[in-house]
Design a protein around this ligand. Structure first.
Ligand code: ZN
Length: 197
């Protein structure tokens, strides 16, 4: 079922036994966060971009790895790499460090530069590392689940195979690396659990 059909079919979704609007108002999101016991912390990076475009559709979250290094690189470092490519700045919206710290990349509601042909309707999340050879840390996977669950709530997405993808699902690339890609079903299940479905 695509997102449009899904929205048509159910305007409401059951969350933790209570019926809540599919698109959460900010107050509801704040209440949920307060009650969840683990508020999601985003480390602000205050990066400067050349130019950015607002994104007016969001129906999928796309996971990436760094790939060419397994180093614990920061959003600021990736920002410099992507500026050097001639881009507006870092192409991902979030970078998850080895210790689970979530750093802000491109502002959340802007068009990213992380998945050819899909940037207009997606959020890009990068777990740093090379997951062809190494494995993501437990802290990274945990942070990814918490972040993606929150993004699903914010954008009114039902977490599942249609809404949480790996880069290789769209483009000819090894990204997000075989080891993270193998974990994707577990990540989706973890997001669903946090989301309450
Ligand atoms: Zn990628």
């Amino acid at each position: 079922m695509n997102r449009r059909d899904f929205i048509k079919q159910i305007g409401m979704v059951t969350l933790g036994g209570a019926v809540a609007p599919l698109v959460w108002p900010r107050a509801a999101e704040a209440a949920w966060q307060a009650g969840s016991g683990a508020a999601l912390r985003i480390r602000e990076t205050h990066l400067r971009f050349r130019s950015l475009e607002n994104r007016d559709a969001t129906d999928v979250i796309i996971l990436h790895h760094i790939g060419n290094t397994n180093a614990d690189v920061s959003a600021a470092t990736v920002h410099q790499w992507h500026l050097a490519n001639g881009w507006a700045g870092i192409g991902y919206h979030y970078v998850i460090r080895k210790n689970g710290t979530i750093e802000r990349g491109r502002p959340r509601d802007t068009v990213g530069a992380h998945c050819y042909g899909e940037n207009w309707h997606s959020v890009g999340v990068n777990l740093v590392g090379n997951f062809e050879t190494a494995w993501p840390t437990d802290a990274q996977v945990d942070a990814a689940e918490r972040l993606v669950a929150r993004l699903c709530m914010m954008y009114g997405l039902r977490p599942g195979e249609d809404t949480i993808k790996g880069h290789r699902d769209f483009n000819a690339t090894a990204c997000p690396g075989q080891h993270l890609y193998d974990l994707l079903p577990d990540v989706i299940a973890g997001v669903q659990e946090r989301y309450g479905i």
